[in-house]
Design a protein. Structure first.
Length: 149
């Protein structure tokens, strides 16, 4: 493993992003899709990346080892006035890179981005309670408000 680089995507990353999501979908049952079921194709992904340019409350962050995407983290927010202050955090790190601080670094970078964007005042995330690695990671950063009954 070389030095991990963190950066925002460019449209030319679209194929690598789609390939990464299709790959990690087969590594875990915690995502909303399985292997090769990522719901976007390269063109849609590139369009989404273009839509992030100048977007004040939505972002995507890539973690790369050399040119290989090893993690992706996002903040997705509505543009509706009453809910645009709340961003939903999504994150996935390839299994072989987990436990090395990459997820923590990405979450901290997204928190810092939210603090500086002038819009986001609340970050929300969903995960399964049996996803203990994710729960442990999230507990480092967030106060949990359980919706479980």
């Amino acid at each position: 493993m070389g030095e991990i680089i963190y950066r925002n995507p460019v449209p030319e990353d679209a194929k690598k992003i789609v390939d990464f999501y299709n790959y990690v979908g087969g590594e875990t049952s915690y995502l909303s899709f399985e292997k090769d079921e990522y719901p976007m194709y390269e063109k849609e992904q590139a369009d989404e990346i273009r839509g992030l340019a100048g977007n004040e409350n939505n972002t995507m962050l890539l973690a790369l080892d050399e040119e290989e995407i090893i993690g992706i983290a996002t903040i997705h927010s509505s543009h509706k006035i009453k809910s645009r202050h709340e961003g939903e955090l999504g994150i996935v790190v390839a299994q072989k890179y987990q436990g090395q601080g990459i997820g923590s670094r990405m979450i901290q970078m997204l928190i810092d981005w939210c603090k500086g964007n002038g819009v986001t005042t609340r970050i929300r995330l969903d995960t399964r309670t049996d996803n203990t690695m994710a729960v442990s990671l999230y507990l480092k950063f967030f106060r949990l408000e359980s919706m479980m009954g």
